[in-house]
Write a protein that binds this ligand. Structure first.
Ligand code: HEM
Length: 314
């Protein structure tokens, strides 16, 4: 980012966070980073998420992922290559063990690999992009965050970051307002049907709850469209906690939640300590239009596919 800021006058945080998240998921899932940060290129990763997003919606749930994502050749190729490269896997080791013990076929394993790649990259990098953009758009919030981060010891790690209250508020508010998965997360009513809030639901019917509506309910989150980290200051009303579902809910809750939180904390801290004066650029025609999606499909991401930030710190 520093290099880009020097050469180009701006840094595209959307791009660099995507590279970072891709390398992290590659390393942790498959034992080898895809080295996009080093090369500055993202050739093998599917760049066009919107088709994934539409497909994911159509096939009901991206998180049950397989059929939807197998329709995307580029991500499939990357998943195959990633698996072939490394059979000693970290996040992925149980799935791989199942394949070796012939409890899963290669046809079942590839979509699983794809699901890790897809679920673990854009979600995290889009959240980080919206976080940086939101903080840089609110100088008082930025000042307070930078002040808190400067209290960290030189050799801080995630343990120290977890102790920072303001950082936590900023992350919660980003996850509320810019939920990476704001759309319906379908569930099938179990045999025998169910009774929910006075409504009878027949078995086999698909029901959904979606973060977008829950997180923008003005009765729960006053002035819902404003970025206000302080709304998460303790004591947080129970109704707010109950309405907050950026990671989904229940048995199929995001399995990458703790990893993603770690990435969000570390990246936010490193970014604002390195570029404390960062601000949203207007160079190259960058504007809020680049960030505010006109329509939301399955994932939320900046429609301009960029987020240009300026700094005088380099
Ligand atoms: C800020 C980042 C992230 C957000 C907001 C997010 C959000 C979500 C959501 C909403 C779901 C659906 C849960 C449900 O149906 O109830 C999900 C599922 C999933 N996520 Fe994440 N996620 C993030 C990062 C990650 C990362 C880093 C990984 C890496 C392993 C990951 C892996 C998965 C997987 C494999 C599923 C499917 C789980 C299942 O069906 O059992 N996610 N995520």
């Amino acid at each position: 980012m520093e290099e880009e800021a020097q050469d180009r006058g701006v840094m595209d945080v959307f791009k660099w966070f995507l590279f970072m998240a891709t390398d992290i998921i590659g390393k942790l899932s498959f034992g080898e980073s895809s080295r996009t940060l080093e090369t500055g290129e993202h050739g093998r990763y599917p760049s066009n998420h919107s088709s994934l997003v539409i497909l994911a919606n159509r096939f009901t749930l991206a998180a049950r992922l397989s059929p939807a994502f197998s329709a995307v050749p580029k991500s499939r190729r990357y998943a195959r290559e990633s698996i072939a490269r490394h059979e000693r896997l970290a996040l992925f080791s149980n799935v791989f063990k199942a394949k070796n013990e012939e409890r899963m076929t290669p046809e079942e394993v590839f979509p699983e690999a794809e699901s890790y790649i897809i679920a673990g990259t854009g979600t995290t990098s889009n959240t980080l992009t919206y976080l940086v953009w939101s903080v840089c758009s609110h100088p008082k919030i930025q000042e307070e965050l930078v002040r808190e981060l400067r209290s960290l010891p030189q050799d801080f790690g995630d343990a120290e970051l977890k102790e920072l209250p303001y950082l936590a508020l900023v992350i919660e508010e980003t996850l509320r307002l810019y939920s990476a998965v704001p759309s319906g997360l379908p569930r099938i009513v179990p045999p025998g049907g169910a009774e929910l809030a006075g409504h009878r639901l027949d078995e086999g019917v698909t029901v959904c709850a979606q973060a977008y509506s829950m997180h923008n309910n003005p009765d729960v989150f006053p002035d819902p469209l404003s970025f206000k980290p302080e709304r998460w200051a303790e004591p947080v009303p129970k109704v707010m906690r109950d309405s907050f579902m950026p990671w989904g809910r229940g048995a199929r809750l995001c399995i990458g939640m703790h990893l993603a939180k770690m990435e969000l904390r570390l990246s936010t801290a490193k970014f604002f300590l390195t570029f404390p004066d960062a601000k949203v650029s207007t160079q190259e025609g960058m504007s809020d239009k680049d960030m505010m999606p006109p329509d939301v499909y399955f994932l939320m991401r900046p429609p301009g596919k960029r987020c240009l930030i300026e700094t005088r710190s380099v």
